[in-house]
Design a protein around this ligand. Structure first.
Ligand SMILES: Cc1ncc(CN)c(N)n1
Length: 223
């Protein structure tokens, strides 16, 4: 029997491939990404992560047992204290005060992405929450591991810490745990519900692409 995660992986391939080829990531890989684009990304990602962390809190509340609650609480903690700490350290290097990071006004794409997931986390099942939040972790792990394998990428003076974070074993293990969860939660669900989970996964995969694009375009409200 094919794992549900394999179905998600296959159906999202064309979208993820477009993200891999996006200039934000190819320039980050080549070390030519302009600092203003990276700073814009950092600031938007910081406010994105504040909402993203809340998904883990809500997933913890919806968990069927203590072990699952613990793990989502660990993901919540790790987002606030490990992943966001990377952003705080980068911000310091770029001279962006911590308070300014937190006060970042979310751009249209950031709002679309975070509010889409928070709506599911508030109103949907645990399976739906995990389907919606998974591309964030899984695609970053894939990007991190791909970039880390490129000779010299881990020596880059600016981007090496970012690549190290997303290619790390710790991040990889948390990602694998979430993949395992979607397989457990999808087990035995009717096709109608599986298709709904797949739709959430594809939508947030598209929003991942749009997030790179937003940062590259330094997106602003048009009016
Ligand atoms: C938009 C986005 N997607 C994913 C990740 C990895 N947690 C992130 N930091 N930001």
């Amino acid at each position: 029997m094919t794992l549900f995660s394999e179905r998600l992986y296959q159906s999202s391939r064309p979208i993820w491939e477009r993200s891999h080829r996006h200039p934000f990531l190819t320039e980050l890989r080549d070390g030519t990404l302009s600092p203003d684009r990276f700073i814009y990304y950092l600031k938007q990602d910081y406010v994105y992560l504040i909402d993203y962390a809340k998904l883990f809190a809500l997933a913890s509340v919806k968990s069927p047992d203590l072990e699952t609650m613990h793990k989502f609480a660990e993901l919540y903690h790790s987002t606030l204290h490990v992943e966001m700490e990377l952003h705080r350290q980068y911000a310091e290097r770029f001279g962006v005060p911590r308070a300014e990071l937190e006060r970042t006004k979310p751009a249209p794409t950031t709002i679309a992405y975070t509010k889409y997931m928070l709506d599911i986390a508030t109103n949907g099942s645990l399976a739906q929450v995990v389907a919606a939040l998974l591309p964030c972790m899984w695609s970053y792990r894939e990007i991190g591991v791909t970039l880390a394998a490129i000779p010299g990428a881990l020596e880059h003076p600016l981007f090496s810490e970012w690549i190290l974070m997303y290619s790390s074993d710790e991040f990889g293990q948390l990602t694998d745990w979430c993949i395992d969860q979607i397989n457990r939660l999808a087990d035995g669900l009717p096709e109608r519900e599986l298709a709904r989970l797949e739709e959430h996964f594809l939508t947030t995969s598209r929003l991942e692409y749009l997030f790179w694009d937003m940062a590259y375009r330094l997106e602003e409200w048009p009016v």
